[in-house]
Design a protein around this ligand. Structure first.
Ligand code: HEM
Length: 147
């Protein structure tokens, strides 16, 4: 399989894992069980690793996709959003790690939720522009099909 075709597969890991992490946090908040909080942390780490993987394979896919006419601005927006989103989740991970070590994550939980919600909205926006490249500009679609 050509390496530039891996990005669409890799992209779904951060989307699924980062959403799951926040969902687990929400369950932790409702049930007051810290197993959910711990799981949310580990899934967050995996989600960030997935985002870094998606970025690496996205940068590889960019070379081929950028050959499509008029796609330039959408690629740039998608790329910028991907970097900002990943940056937000890395910042959340660091803050969370510091507070979890001191055993007082509960204190910052409401602020964490706000940050995570912003991250998820930007993650959806990233995916939206990614999908637009495929469905509107035919990125990653064979030339034979487009003809
Ligand atoms: C958090 C990181 C990222 C996520 C979650 C993400 C998500 C997505 C999604 C959902 C699609 C649509 C796939 C499809 O419908 O088949 C897509 C397409 C695309 N993305 Fe990303 N992306 C990320 C980072 C990047 C980066 C950094 C680049 C570099 C420019 C990039 C370049 C592309 C390109 C060229 C496409 C269209 C061709 C293809 O699907 O391979 N992505 N992305």
């Amino acid at each position: 399989m050509p390496i530039e075709q891996i990005h669409p597969m890799a992209a779904h890991f951060p989307i699924a894992l980062l959403i799951t992490s926040i969902f687990l946090d929400f369950l932790g908040f409702i049930t007051k069980k810290d197993t959910f909080e711990k799981s949310a942390f580990h899934i967050l780490v995996l989600g960030i690793l997935g985002a870094v993987g998606a970025i690496i394979f996205g940068l590889i896919a960019e070379d081929v996709a950028s050959k499509r006419p008029n796609i330039g601005e959408t690629i740039e927006t998608h790329e910028t959003l991907a970097f900002i989103t990943t940056g937000i989740f890395i910042a959340l991970l660091i803050i969370r790690y510091i507070f979890m070590k001191k055993d007082n994550f509960q204190k910052i939980r409401p602020y964490y939720f706000i940050g995570a919600l912003i991250g998820i909205i930007l993650l959806f926006a990233t995916a939206r522009f990614g999908g637009q490249m495929v469905f509107e500009y035919g990125a990653a679609v064979s030339e034979n099909i487009l003809k």
